[in-house]
Ligand binder design. Sequence first.
Ligand code: SF4
Ligand code: SF4
Ligand code: FES
Length: 910
Amino acid sequence: MSVEELTVATIFIENQPRQANPKQNLLHACLSLGYDVPYFCWHPALGSVGACRQCAVKQFRDERDAKGKLVMACMTPAAEGTRISISDSDAASFRAAVIQGLMQSHPHDCPVCDEGGECHLQDMTVMTGHRLRTYSFGKRTFRNQYLGPLVNHEMNRCIQCQRCVRFYREYAGGQDLNAFHLRNSIYYGRHEDGVLESEFSGNLVEICPTGVFTDATLKQHYTRKWDLQMAPSICVHCSLGCNTSVGERYGTLRRVVNRYNHEVNGYFLCDRGRFGYEFVESPARIRHPLVDGKAATKSEALERFGTLLREGNAIGIGSPRASLESNFALRTLVGPERFYAGIPKGELQLLNSMLRILRQGPARSPSLDEIEHCDAVFVLGEDLTNTAPIMALRLRQSVRQAPMRIADGLHIPDWLDHAVRGAVQDAKGPLFVASPYATKLDEIATATCRAAPDDLARLAFAVAHVIDPSAPPLAGASKDEEEMACKIAKALLEAERPLVVSGTSCMNQSMVEAAAQVAWALCKAGRPAALSYTAAECNNFGLSLLEPRPLSEAFRAIKDNPETTLIVLENDLARRSPADEVDSLLRDVRHLVALDHLGNATTEAAELVLPAGTFAESDGTLVNSEGRAQRYFQVFDPSSEVQSSWRWLAEGAAAAGLEDQVLGHSLDQLTAVMSDVMPELRTLPSVAPPRSAAGKIAREPIRYSGRTAMLANISVHEPKPPDDPDSALAFSMESGPGVVPPALRPFFWAPGWNSVQSVNKFQDEIGGPLRGHDPGVRLIELSSRPNWKYFSVIPPAFAPQPDSWLLVPIFHIFGSEELSRHAPGISQLVSQPYLAVNPIEASLLGVKAGEQLKVLIEESQYELEVVLRADLPRGIAGLHAAGPPLDGITLPVYCRLAAVGSELSARGAQ
Ligand code: SF4
Ligand code: SF4
Ligand code: FES
C-alpha cells in the first residue's frame, strides 16, 4: 500500500506512538488527539497558510535524532513515522517569542475588550506561558471603521493572522473586506467606512481570534460572556435549522452564537440567524394575557379559554414558525379534522409534494455537510443566499470539490490552502443556477438561466430527459433550452455526487416536480443523486408532517358557521391571505383566540391573546428542510406569564375539563404522546434525552458571577433557582456528574479553552462530528419500497402578456423574513418595499428608477418605488415585500402596472 493510500498513520508525539489521519496536518492531528498546541491562523474550515508561526513544534528525523528542527505543525503532514515534540524547550520558547512579538502592539485592554474572557488570544497567551511584557515603546495604532450596525471594528487588537479576509473573501465570497499594507502596518477593513456587504459578516466575530471584530448588537446590552445563562437552540429564521447557543442576563436575551453541528451549520451562521434574535426584546412583544383587549391575569385568561373551549366548535390554525409540539397540541385540542395549516393552500400542496417525493422517490435529502461535498449542483428557482443562506455558503465550498482533483494530481494536500488555491486558480466545479432573477451565487456558477418559473421547470424537465431518455421529453424546446439542458445533464452525469436544489420560493408545482425528475433520472442512470428542497420558515416541514387541512378550508368553515371559536397559533393571518379575506374572517368569527409573541393584525382582533414564548422562553422541536428534527430549549424563565404555546393549550384543555385531550404537562410527556399517535414521529423522543435520562446540566458556566447579588434589590436571600420541568437543563451553575449529550450542551467550554475554539475538545476529530453524534434525528427518509414514476405534465412555455406582468417575489436576507425585521440592528438594513422591472419595460411604462409605479393586484392597488433590474426577463416583475399589507399577497400572481398619473385598466388579474 502506498503512503497516500494509508488511512491511519502512526506518528510519535513526545516519543509516544499515536494513531493519526495521514491526510491531516500535524496541528489538526495533535488537536484531534487531545494535545494542546497553540495556533491562530489555522482553522479547520479554512485550512493552513502558516502565517502566524504560533504552532511551532520540534520534528525529529528518527529516534536517534536528538537535535531536531522547528516546523510549523499546521504546515507539516501527519505522515507515517513522523516524530515530534510539543513540549521541547526550543519549540516552547519559539512559541512564547511569537506571542511576545504579537503582543508588542496589542493594547493592554482586556478588561474593557468585548472579547475578554472568550478570547483565543488570551487562551493562547496563557498556554504559551508568556506573562511579562517588556516592550515599553509606543504601540502601532489604527483608526477604526464603522462597519454597520452588526459588527464592531477595533483594529489595534489585530494580530495579522489573516483569518478574517480568508474567511470573508475566499470562503464566503465577500469583496468589500481586505488586507491593506503600508510598511509594517497591515490594516484589515474596508476601503472606506460602510456597512459590510456579506450576508456572513457576523462570522468575523467568531473567526477573529481576538477582539477586532465583535458583535455590535451585544454591545448595546453588553454582558461578560461568562455571565451569560445559555441554552442549546435552533435558529428560527429560515428552514435550515442552524444550531445556536443563546445567552441571557438579567431576564433579557443578549446574543446568539454558532453551536457547532457538523451535519448542519458547521462553524458558521448567517447574519439573519446571528443578529435576528433581538426581536425577542421588541417593543411589540406580548408579555401578558389580554382578555377583550385588556390586560388580564393568567387565571383570568385560562378561565376565558376554558369557557370558549367548553362551548365546543373550535377550530385551529397552526403555524410553520411554531414548534412541532405546539402544532400537535392544537391539533389534538381541536381534533385532526379541524386543524388547518396556517399557510396558503398552494404552499401546503408544495410541501406535501416534497414530502411525498422525498419518501417515495429514490433520491435522498442530504445534510448541509453532504451538500458541501457534492461535486455538481443544479439550483432550480431559488435565491439561496437570501432564502437559505448557510446552504449558499456550503455551495460556495462545493464548487471547490471538482477542482480539488487538480490539487490531488499534484499531491497537494487539501488543507494546504494557498498551495491548493494556487494550483486550482479560478477553476470551479459545475454549478448551474436557474432562477427568475440574478442571484449572488451566479458569480461562481458555470452557467445561469433566467426565466419565468414555468420555463425554469421546463428546462429541468429537458435536463431529466437528456439524462434518461425514458423521462418525458420537452415538446417544442428551443435550441437554447436544448443546449443548456445538455450542458447541465452532462455535468451532473459526470459527477460522483450530483445534487439538485429547489424549494418553495417560486411557489411552482411544476418546478418541484421537475427538480425531482432530474434527481430521479440521475438515480436511474446509476448516480447517487441528492435532492434538497428548501422552504420559507423554520418548521414548514414539521407542520406538514402533521397533515393539516388547507387554510382556505378554515376560511370556508368559518363562513359556513361563524359561531366558531378560532384558535390561531403563532401566526399572523394577514401574512397568509389577501387582506379583504382576512378582514372579513376576523370580523365574522364569533370568538378568536390568538397565541403569539409579537403583536400583529391577528392578535389585535383577538378576544383572547395568550403570550407565547419565543425560542428563548420555550422548548420545542423544529423539522428542518433536510427532515431533521432538532430541539431547542428555554434559555431563561420569563418573569411574566409568557410560556410555550403547547403549555397554554394543555392548560386550556385542563381548564375546560377536556380530559379526553391527552396532551401531557411536560415536554417529555407531550413528545411521548406525539410519538404514540403519529407513526411519522415515533423517533421524536430520541431527538434529545428526556429529563429523567440525563443528569442535571448547568445553563450557567462555572465562572458565572453575581448570582447571590443580582436580585438583592428584591431580597437579600438568594432565591432558589426556578425548576425546569421540561428538560435536564438547570437554571444554575451546578451540573451533575456525567457527560453532557450534544443535543443538551448549552455552550462549549474546556479548561484553558474559553473561546469558541473550545469546540475542539468536543469533537472526535477536529472539524468532524461531535463526540456522541451530532444533534438531530432525521424524520424524512427514503421508503424501503420506493414507489415513483416520472411526472408527465410539463407546463407550456411562459408567454409575456401585452398588458400584465407575472409578479415574482424578490428575497432579501434582511426584510423578507417576518421575525428578524423586528431586530433593531437588522431593521436598519431592511430596504423599503419596491417593484423591480426590466429597464426596457420601465421605459415603455414611462418610469425611471426611484419613481413610483401603480400596481394593481387582483382588486387591490399599491404604489411602489421602481427598481430597475436588467436581469428580469420580459413580462416578469419582481416584488420585494417587507411588511404588511404586501406580505399577504400570494406570489406569483399577474398584476397590472402604470406610472403614477396614468390610468390602470380596470381589468383585474389574468
Ligand atoms: S482582524 Fe482578527 S482575524 Fe483579521 S488578521 Fe487581525 S486578528 Fe486575524
Ligand atoms: S441559514 Fe437560516 S437557519 Fe442558518 S443561521 Fe441563517 S437564517 Fe438561521
Ligand atoms: S497556526 Fe500554524 S502557522 Fe499559524
